[in-house]
Each structure stands twice: as C-alpha cells, then as structure tokens.
Design a protein around this ligand. Sequence first.
Ligand SMILES: C[S@@+](CC[C@H](N)C(=O)[O-])C[C@H]1O[C@@H](n2cnc3c(N)ncnc32)[C@H](O)[C@@H]1O
Length: 243
Amino acid sequence: MTKDPYKIVAKIYGHLMKTISYHEWGKYISDLKESYYSEANSFLEIASGSGKLAFYLHRIFPNLVLLDISKSMLSLIDKDFKRVCADMTSIPMKGKFDFIYSTFDSINYLMTEEALQQYFVEVHRVLSDKGVFTFDASLENNSLKNVRRLNRKGKFQNILYVQKSNYNFEKKTHSNKFKVKLESGEIFEEVHSQKIYNFELYFELAENAGLYVVDCFEAFTFEDASGDSERIQFIMKRIDAKC
Ligand SMILES: C[S@@+](CC[C@H](N)C(=O)[O-])C[C@H]1O[C@@H](n2cnc3c(N)ncnc32)[C@H](O)[C@@H]1O
C-alpha cells in the first residue's frame, strides 16, 4: 500500500467513479471524433486523471498525449502512455493537435473566469487549423440534482472514506470533501472544488480566444442542449477555420 495520501485519494476517487461506464464514454468521444474530424491523427486528452478513458481510446487515437495537473493521478497510468504533468491553463506543448478532448467536468476545476479564459487561449494555441476541441461542463442543475447523493461513505481496500458534498448557491462553487481513514488509523482529507459557470459564458470566452461553438449537446447524446441542461458536451473549432 502506498503512503502517498494524494495517491490514496486518487484511488478512492477512481473507485467512486466506477459507476461511470468509461467504455460507453470512450465510444461517445470516438463518435464525436468520427462526426467532426474523422481524419484526425494527433490527440490530446486534458485532465486525463488516472487514464481510465485513455485505456479505451489509445488504440484508436494514435499519438495520444495525456495531460493532468496531478502527479498522483498520472502515476496510476501505464508507463507506456505519453504523460505530461501540467496545468491546463499553461499547456507546455509547441506542436498542434487535431483532436483535443477533456471529460468529467474537468473544466469546472478552473475556479475563476480568468483561468477559464486562459484555458481557451491555450487550447486555441495548440489546436490544428481544422482541429476539434470537445469537453463536457457541469451546469447548476447538475449540482442541485446530485448534491445530496454525493454525501456518502464506504470502504475500499480496507480504507474507510466519507464524501461530503456542498453546493454554494451564492458563490456558484461545488465542493467535495474526502475524509479517508487507513487501516493504521491514519486520517487525512482532500477537498475538490469546482466552479459552476453560466451556459452563455462558455460561448463568450471561447469567442474571445478565437474559438466558436459548432454544437453543444446534452452529454452522451447528439441532442441540442440549453442553459437548463445538467451536463453539456461542447464541440468547438477555430473561428479562422470557418473562412
Ligand atoms: C473529475 S477528474 C476527471 C478525470 C478524467 N478526465 C476522467 O474522466 O476520469 C478531474 C481531473 O482534472 C484534473 N485537473 C484539475 N485541475 C487541473 C488543471 N488546472 N490542469 C490540469 N488538470 C487539472 C485533476 O487532477 C483530475 O485528474
């Protein structure tokens, strides 16, 4: 058993996310790639976490690069993958990618409008001329609907965990606090904070950065979304690719 607390919470987090079918999620992302840029041949996954999606996608997404801010998350990924530890608001690559994707409301981990703007600027910089950028974002209705369910506790590999979830309506922040107790009795905590942005803001900041929204769907579908949706899948391209 590792002694790195962040690695342990990363494992617990991975365990809690097991209710998600990454196989289905991978199929959806691959369908988006087929629909919007079937010839894409360079891929970047932003905020890849422990690489659960990449496990399904790397066979069909050649030259896939995984980026995450957390060393602990990246350390859970097979060493054969190209992994980069970096902040998504400061992408350390110079080359361009045809298909850039990010999943599981990772964008909501950016806590300020400035950071969100900077993220779009960085994606624009590394997106190839005909490139596609797709990500899902959690909206307020998702927080309101799920906050109670996310207050839970359990046991995983002899580690006890308690998750406390709270949505601050005023500040539009959603926090998930994980308290973990090891077999040895050692206790530690980690807080994951997310910011819930307005639907319209994504359009505005994307445009400021030279991107535009080609489509935006109810997550996991090809049906149009709205500000009342819970989770939205955005598909963006470079504005200069329109010409
Ligand atoms: C909810 S997890 C999703 C992980 C993965 N995309 C998945 O679907 O399993 C959010 C991830 O975003 C990463 N993250 C948070 N802020 C980040 C930042 N500023 N730059 C890069 N990664 C970040 C976290 O380390 C974490 O792995």
